[in-house]
Design a protein around this ligand. Structure first.
Ligand code: 5GP
Ligand code: MN
Length: 346
């Protein structure tokens, strides 16, 4: 038996909203990852089975390795179909905000979602949910929003309406947000849920291959280059840093998603407990910061402190507007400031 993680009052509230709603829009965060798309499409398949008119809208493109997901072709990219998306958002009875805590995470969609008359609900696992929604289902102790979507559907009493397609999407989000069940994955109920998803006919091994083993040759070469030439290890801080310029991305014919997971690689070095990946963005004039840690080191504090960002204890990120040298200098300042925590002295 799964424990009832989501408060019954919230489930009842959602049930009422879904019952009354005809038009439902699901939105998720900028540069959507496996959990953003997985949770959104998981909920999309369920609501479609309830004969609702449902659309998933995300701010911009998502990586190719998620495009096989059932329903992915119907996901609307706001930066490409703004007028159509605006209309859907403004006409929606209910707006489900999945896998993000504050409206700034949906970039250009922020204003229209904020001002839309539809009822808003959050289903998310990031700390500190904003106050823009009437129903807030926020569980940072749960490793993926996709798992929360599964739990929500079950608590609504609709497990039997989860199709194989929906189960594939939910599984993908659970898998990607835990690095293939290698971190944040010690909750035994995760495996009860996987058992239930398998009973829906999903092929979890095939999903793993589709997500993690379908990269291009260019990406593998870029990975080799980054590990050999670009990774800086700071053994005196138990930390590591990788930077990547626009020119380097061009040289390796970078496409979105190619650097996915790079930030985790230095964590496989003995004693390294904090890793940063700084990449010059190809769309905006900024440096995208990704931070990862193992154990108790709070990389979300570093993200908030130095890079205008946030996230989870072990996975966080932010943005930096300025030249790479300054971003690197900030990273080094962070190492000094957090030295005691990095060395396990606190
Ligand atoms: P990633 O490194 O995969 O881009 O992001 C990891 C996690 O860090 C995300 O799931 C999100 O929680 C957080 N994150 C990434 N970028 C930002 C950002 O710019 N602002 C905030 N607040 N959080 C971010
Ligand atoms: Mn997530």
């Amino acid at each position: 038996m799964l424990s009832k993680v989501i408060a019954q009052a919230s489930v009842d509230h959602v049930e009422k909203w879904f019952e009354k709603a005809d038009r439902i829009v699901i939105v998720s965060h900028v540069s959507p990852d496996g959990d953003a798309i997985g949770s959104s499409l998981g909920l999309y398949h369920f609501l479609t089975s309830q004969d609702k008119n449902v659309h998933v809208i995300v701010p911009n493109a998502f990586p190719d390795f998620l495009k096989w997901m059932p329903g992915a072709k119907d996901v609307i990219q706001y930066n490409r179909y703004k007028d159509f998306a605006d209309k859907l958002i403004l006409e929606a009875d209910v707006i489900c905000c999945l896998d993000f805590n504050v409206l700034s995470r949906i970039d250009e969609m922020e204003e229209v979602v904020k001002n839309a008359p539809g009822r808003k609900m959050i289903v998310d696992h990031h700390l500190y949910p904003g106050d823009f929604a009437r129903i807030v289902i926020s569980h940072p102790e749960i490793s993926s929003t996709s798992e929360l979507v599964f739990r929500l559907i079950c608590q609504l009493g609709n497990f039997s309406d989860i199709s194989k397609e929906g189960a594939e999407c939910i599984y993908t989000g659970m898998m990607t947000d835990t690095g293939g069940f290698t971190y944040n994955s010690n909750n035994r109920e995760i495996y009860l849920i996987i058992g239930e998803l398998l009973s829906r006919g999903i092929d979890k091994d095939e999903i793993y291959r589709r997500v993690f083993n379908t990269y291009s040759e260019d990406r593998l070469r870029l990975m080799g280059y980054v590990l050999y030439d670009k990774m800086q290890v700071y053994p005196e801080f138990n930390a590591a840093l990788i930077t990547l310029s626009r020119a380097e991305q061009k040289k390796f014919r970078y496409v979105k998603g190619d650097t996915e997971g790079f930030v985790n690689m230095p964590l496989s070095i003995k004693n390294v407990c904090f890793s940063a990946f700084l990449r010059e963005d190809t769309e905006k004039d900024m440096i995208k910061i990704s931070l990862r840690s193992v154990g108790t080191f709070p990389c979300n504090q570093v993200a908030a402190d130095f890079f205008n960002g946030g996230g989870h204890l072990n996975a966080s990120g932010g943005e930096f507007y300025g030249p790479m040298e300054e971003a690197i200098a900030l990273f080094k300042q962070a190492l000094v400031k957090y030295e005691d925590l990095l060395l396990g002295k606190k």
